[in-house]
Design a protein around this ligand. Structure first.
Ligand SMILES: Nc1ncnc2c1ncn2[C@@H]1O[C@H](COP(=O)(O)OP(=O)(O)OP(=O)(O)O)[C@@H](O)[C@H]1O
Length: 660
């Protein structure tokens, strides 16, 4: 038996605080996590019924094209079913009007019944076949939906991977991604809704033919009667869509909170810092604001629906009055009138189906349009638009940053100012400096992951902006400061399906990084799934993961090796192994080493010291340890802390800022 979780089963805050962390949390400010793309919101609010009517055919066409691309068989089957449904509906309807005409004509009742019998048989056969086609539609749709959904997701991932790394800092990019992702999720709905519209259109075609034959006035009247409801549906769809846009940022934040509160990676901090109650409080407030926006949209939608229904009711009464008038004035026979009543009812149902399905289709179409816009150019961040396609034909010899300035989008100041640096194959260059001085940013530029705001980054003589990014990253091996724990086997985590995947090649890289030592402890050696979230998996420690990430970089045998704090999580023996082996590794590689452990940079040929985004010192280890300046100050502080030596200079930076 299942039971709902009660409030007291949730993590509780420390005594003296409100259960939802209210005392610590000032709440969600009005402007927090809000979507602010005014032009987009304005464009959304201008979407009208006329736009909808104009877009409907292209949306149906697009959904058919999407379905065609992923499963031609199912698409052909579905189209055939819709056409079949329409034909059967027409046959059934004609048979019904024929039956009614036969039954209300004069003559013996037995004769009239015999006359109507073939029509009744057609009605029964058409209804049975339509039911069969309905089952086929459900089966084919069930076959198509998941493939469409997964394909849409994959195209999103490809588009995101094809965007500039800097895109994450661009205003609106992450919102655009989220909104587009929603579009990807509803892609299967587009096909289903298009089908509903097609089916209703097919039935309407049948009803319309009969109505027009009975009296040419009936069909236009019917359309007029449905217009108010159509307008109401579209308005309500627009309100819901706009509410979705406005709340996208907050819904993204809700997703992030759920992730951090529930998943393994952050679970220890969540518990030990008692972050749960605080974050649950924050979640509640954000959720309440999203709920309120959605409730407002639902209310407005309901009012619009009511207005549409009232107007539609009045208009329908007028249509029925017109029919009565046609009958009363003798402009239509009683027999035809019976058929007309039935045809009118069928056609009214179909038109409502078109309008209802059409409004849903248009709303889904807006989302799908967002998805397609993102696929087109990743919200203006596609690398194909910002970079060249020049291939990197041979492994570059020299990597150079020339007079580079870089500022992250939205940042108040430059992270790097007029910086120049080069590193050649066979050389180790160390980059040092205090937190936030720009080391990682510089390494991202050297790798071609970021393009400079000013200046140039060149590999041999080619600017990274002109190179094909994917081709160039084949020559890069990166040990990032923050690495990702991927739930793959050790083998896959090392190779990502590239290079020599033989055991011999992998073991050589494992030896160099120290990862070989952990292999005997793994259940299935290189084939062990490195996570405890799945059956049979095994989780590594932080340092073991760092060894693995080093193995990944060494295995790539790339011309440029960038190591950003590569030994932060390693034990002394493992760290020693890395630095002792670095010279050997650098024989045919250009190595950029970033570390705060200044004694380790003795291995480098040159040391570049960054301070607040500028190069303030450059030289060998021997030179910089003897030269007064930032390097010497930091180096002496570290030596003092490790008890190596007394200070040569006063550690003024601790209390008075920098000494340079
Ligand atoms: N993705 C980012 N978006 C916006 N600003 C960033 C981003 N990454 C870094 N910065 C900013 O750029 C500046 C330099 O950061 P960077 O990470 O390059 O420093 P660092 O020298 O590597 O620091 P640390 O030693 O702490 O790793 C900092 O002021 C930081 O706030």
């Amino acid at each position: 038996m299942t039971s709902a979780i009660t409030q007291d089963q949730l993590p509780q805050p420390p005594k003296g605080t409100a259960p939802d962390g209210e005392q610590q949390d000032a709440g969600v400010r009005e402007e927090e996590y809000l979507y602010r793309d005014e032009s987009r919101l304005q464009a959304g609010s201008l979407l009208t019924s006329r736009t909808m009517a104009r877009r409907l055919p292209s949306l149906v066409r697009r959904s058919v094209q999407m379905a065609w691309r992923v499963d031609r068989g199912a698409t052909i089957g579905l189209l055939a079913c819709q056409i079949g449904t329409g034909v059967l509906a027409a046959l059934g309807l004609l048979a019904v009007t024929g039956t009614i005409t036969a039954l209300v004509s004069s003559g013996d009742i037995t004769e009239r019944l015999w006359d109507a019998a073939p029509q009744l048989a057609v009605i029964a056969a058409a209804a049975g076949l339509r039911a069969l086609l309905g089952i086929a539609v459900v089966w084919l749709t069930g076959r198509l939906r998941p493939v469409l959904g997964r394909t849409a997701e994959l195209t999103m991932i490809e588009a995101a991977l094809g965007a500039e790394l800097a895109a994450n800092n661009k205003p609106g990019y992450n919102d655009a991604y989220d909104i587009a992702d929603r579009g990807a999720q509803v892609t299967p709905d587009l096909v289903e809704e298009a089908q509903d519209v097609l089916a209703a259109t097919a039935t309407l075609a049948a009803g319309a033919t009969v109505l027009t034959v009975l009296h040419p006035l009936l069909l236009p009247l019917l359309f007029l009667a449905c217009l108010p409801q159509a307008a109401a549906y579209v308005r309500s769809a627009r309100v819901v869509y706009l509410a979705g846009l406005e709340t996208s940022g907050r819904r993204r934040m809700l997703g992030k909170l759920r992730w951090h509160m529930a998943y393994q990676e952050s679970s220890e901090e969540m518990r030990a810092c008692l972050a749960g109650p605080f974050l649950i409080g924050r979640y509640r407030r954000l959720a309440a604001s999203v709920n309120a926006a959605e409730r407002r949209a639902a209310n407005t939608g309901a009012w619009m629906g009511l207005a549409g229904a009232v107007a539609g009711g009045v208009a329908s009464t007028a249509v029925w009055a017109a029919l009565l008038w046609l009958l009363a004035s003798g402009r239509m026979s009683l027999a035809a009138g019976g058929g007309a009543v039935f045809a009118l009812q069928t056609a009214t149902g179909s038109v409502r189906g078109i309008i209802n399905g059409g409004a849903r289709l248009v709303r889904t179409g807006w989302y799908v349009q967002d998805w397609q816009n993102f696929l087109d150019n990743a919200h203006g961040q596609a690398m194909t638009d910002s970079r060249g396609t020049a291939p990197v034909t041979a492994a570059p010899e020299r990597f150079e940053v020339r007079n580079v300035t870089y500022r992250y989008d939205g940042a108040p100041k430059d992270s790097l100012s007029n910086v120049s640096l080069h590193v050649k194959r066979g050389e180790i260059v160390a980059l040092v400096g205090e937190n936030g001085s720009g080391k990682t940013t510089l390494s991202r530029l050297l790798c071609g992951l970021l393009l400079p705001t000013e200046g140039d980054v060149a590999w041999d003589h080619a600017s990274t902006a002109d190179l094909d990014p994917w081709g160039s990253w084949e020559h890069v091996a990166l040990v990032p400061q923050k690495f990702t724990y991927l739930p793959l086997t050790m083998r896959d985590n090392i190779t990502f399906g590239q290079g020599d995947t033989s055991d011999a090649a992998l073991l050589a890289a494992c030896e160099a990084s120290g990862a070989a030592e952990m292999l005997p402890k793994l259940r299935s050696g290189l084939n062990t799934l490195l996570t405890s979230e799945w059956f049979g998996g095994q989780q590594l420690s932080g340092g073991q993961w760092q060894r693995l990430v080093l193995t990944r970089a060494f295995h790539r045998r790339a011309a440029l090796l960038v190591m950003d704090e590569p030994t932060a999580a390693l034990d002394a023996r493992a760290e020693h192994r890395i630095f002792a082996g670095l010279r050997e590794l650098a024989k045919d590689r250009a190595v950029l080493l970033i570390t705060h452990r200044l004694t380790n940079v003795a291995v480098a040929d040159r040391i570049v010291v960054l301070d607040e985004g500028r190069i303030v010192q450059e030289g060998t280890y021997a030179q910089l340890t003897q030269q007064p300046g930032l390097f010497q100050t930091l180096w002496e502080l570290q030596r003092r802390m490790s008890g190596d030596a007394p200070l040569k200079t006063r550690p003024s930076i601790v209390s008075e800022g920098r000494t340079t």
